[in-house]
Design a binder for this molecule. Structure first.
Ligand SMILES: Cc1cc2nc3c(=O)[nH]c(=O)nc-3n(C[C@H](O)[C@H](O)[C@H](O)COP(=O)(O)OP(=O)(O)OC[C@H]3O[C@@H](n4cnc5c(N)ncnc54)[C@H](O)[C@@H]3O)c2cc1C
Length: 560
């Protein structure tokens, strides 16, 4: 096992073994067939933080030090790699820049692999592929848990954007160090040193060099080089729009079957499922799995097979008049592609309440993950909605908050929520359900302070001093950007296969004598899967099933 400092100090022996395995001599020889042997000279620095094409080094002899560059510019040793150990972490699979410096501490030899050679090794040698992939995932988890990174975030929980930035970094699995300005003593001195003011919060220091003031998710992705290895001008076999369960499933199947796959994701991989605290009805996970874990695994799996995932770049329009189609992403970039899978899912409806935008992130939330739960500890919360996501959120939050009130417009939960969730709510001593009730007002100054709701049957209104509301009120599809290219149903979901009428096809000038395939839209070779598809089940399993099935249709379209 590698002689490691710091990063593995808090890990269990099993985690350490996964994180820093030692390859056998025979395994090292197999690795060597994919790369080249290079000398390691003491003092050399083969990898620097920010390197866009950092190699993986598998140590044959000698010793490497992995060093984190601290905020003060000092180097901190976090790992020592000896013979049989290898450098890198999940960013090697993702094609993102290196986070740490690697210095040769003791001369010797290593096998050097480029990212392409690493992917080829991982895809073709299952035994070594598993060892490396598992090691990388465990290393990334340790970096995230310990906040060892090239990013420092200065934020305040009174500022909605802080929550957004924390969520964006977490859902992209990017480690960061958080400085809480609400509790930090020398706030003014810190801000002065950075030449920023409290109005600029959150502040993100990217690689110790760039200071971003209240950055957008796109700016963060750009600064951290999330998309550096992606050539957006390249003609793709398939562009998948949306990186939720449906899009990631399509990416895994497509890439593993040799297609050139690009996923375009407007925010972070995982979609709605990534916001789920515990999915208990997905096949194969009898004790449930958090949505974040499920989708992080899927994201790594897609990248292991070579799918590229463009982060924080939403599709904004579709050029459908000629082939290859072109998907326009933020800015003026047009990505040409032979086929498209639409997997944009849906997002919670925003009830027409005054102040909703003002309090989003400062008392009003659209996700119920551990991050939001940590803001509400010991307080009373409201959940608006009667579906499974509302039920899950209630059960999850009831473990840490004082009381949960669920507001449902309907007369019962029976027709909208799974039985197992209703039973848990009934068994919980801290969840109350208010049927026939709707929220009518949000009040407060800097943070939500009170909520008013109305009993629809009597018209009676009550105001309660409450600081946290979770909105989980039905979903609307993310199809606004499709323009007139694709036939939609009356709620805006994409119509496919048998749901398309002769009129839909005539209006969109369907050019072919054949009928659209199942999951094919009114535009040939463009498919829709998962929650965005009209008539779909709106479940993780069905989204995954549809995403993977669509790949067989893509093969047919490419062959036709
Ligand atoms: C809190 C919660 C709990 C849930 N619990 C369960 C459960 O226990 N079991 C279950 O089976 N289901 C559950 N669901 C439902 C399940 O998560 C969804 O059915 C599933 O995520 C749908 O997957 P999808 O890939 O079709 O869409 P989504 O998950 O919605 O993903 C779509 C993705 O597309 C991206 N996108 C949108 N527009 C664009 C654009 N223009 N360009 C690029 N990207 C775009 C979005 O950012 C998003 O990442 C839950 C949902 C929620 C919200």
């Amino acid at each position: 096992m590698a002689d490691s400092a710091l990063i593995a100090d808090t890990a269990t022996p099993e985690q350490r073994a996964f994180m820093f395995p030692t390859l056998t001599r025979e395994q090292i020889e197999r690795v060597a067939t994919h790369g080249r042997v290079r000398p390691l000279r003491a003092g050399d620095v083969p990898i620097q933080p920010g390197d866009r094409s950092a190699p993986v080094l598998v140590v044959k002899s000698g010793r490497l030090h992995v060093l984190r560059i601290a905020g003060d510019g000092d180097e901190r040793l976090i790992v020592v790699h000896g013979p049989g150990s290898f450098t890198g972490e999940a960013n090697m699979l993702e094609g993102r820049p290196a986070l740490m410096r690697v210095r040769v501490a003791e001369a010797g030899e290593a096998i050097e692999l480029t990212r392409e050679q690493l992917l080829s090794l991982v895809q073709n040698d299952t035994e070594i592929g598993d060892i490396i992939t598992r090691g990388y995932i465990y290393r990334r988890l340790a970096l995230v848990a310990q906040g060892l990174s090239d990013v420092v975030l200065l934020g305040s929980m009174h500022c909605a954007s802080t929550l957004r930035v924390k969520e964006f970094l977490s859902r992209n699995g990017h480690p960061y160090q958080y400085v809480d300005l609400d509790t930090e003593k020398d706030v003014e001195a810190i801000l002065d040193r950075l030449h920023v003011s409290s109005r600029d919060v959150p502040i993100l220091i990217c690689r110790g060099t760039t200071t971003l003031k209240n950055p957008t998710n796109e700016e963060i992705a750009r600064c951290l080089g999330f998309n550096v290895s992606i050539d957006s001008a390249q003609l793709r076999d398939v562009v998948i729009v949306g990186g939720g369960p449906a899009g990631l499933a399509a990416a895994v199947y497509g890439a593993s079957e040799g297609l050139d796959v690009l996923v375009v994701e407007a925010n972070a991989p995982g979609g709605q499922a990534g916001a789920s605290s515990r999915i208990e009805n997905y096949l194969g996970f009898p004790t449930g799995i958090s949505g974040a874990e499920l989708t992080t695994r899927a994201f790594t799996q897609a990248q292991k097979f070579g799918a590229q995932v463009m982060i924080a770049e939403g599709a904004v329009s579709l050029k459908c008049d000629s082939t290859p189609y072109r998907v326009q992403i933020n800015g003026d970039v047009l990505v040409p592609t032979r086929t498209i899978i639409l997997a944009m899912g849906a997002q919670y409806r925003r009830p027409p309440l005054a102040n909703l935008t003002r309090f989003t992130g400062t008392g009003v939330y659209f996700n119920a993950t551990p991050m939001e739960a940590s803001l509400c500890g010991g307080e009373e919360v409201i959940i608006v909605g009667g579906g499974n996501s509302a039920g899950q959120a209630a059960v999850f939050l009831s473990q840490t908050v004082k009381r949960v009130d669920i507001l449902v417009r309907g007369e019962s939960l029976a027709s909208t929520m799974s039985r197992y969730l209703i039973r848990r709510i009934e068994d919980s001593g801290s969840i109350d359900v208010h049927t026939g009730t709707e929220i009518v007002a949000l009040e407060g100054t800097n943070h939500l302070e009170a909520v008013r709701w109305r009993d629809k049957r009597t018209g009676t209104e009550e105001t309660h001093a409450l600081r946290h509301v979770f909105m989980m009120t039905g979903a609307v599809p993310n199809t606004g950007w499709l323009g007139g290219c694709i036939a939609l149903d009356d709620k805006g979901f994409v119509k496919t296969g048998p749901a398309l009428t002769a009129e839909d096809l005539a209006r969109r000038r369907w050019p072919s004598a054949r009928s659209p395939q199942i999951f094919e839209t009114s535009l040939p070779s463009v498919f829709a899967v998962g929650d965005v598809r009209s008539g779909s089940m709106k479940r993780v399993a069905s989204a995954v099933g549809e995403g993977s099935t669509a790949i067989s249709l893509v093969h047919q379209a490419l062959a036709g």
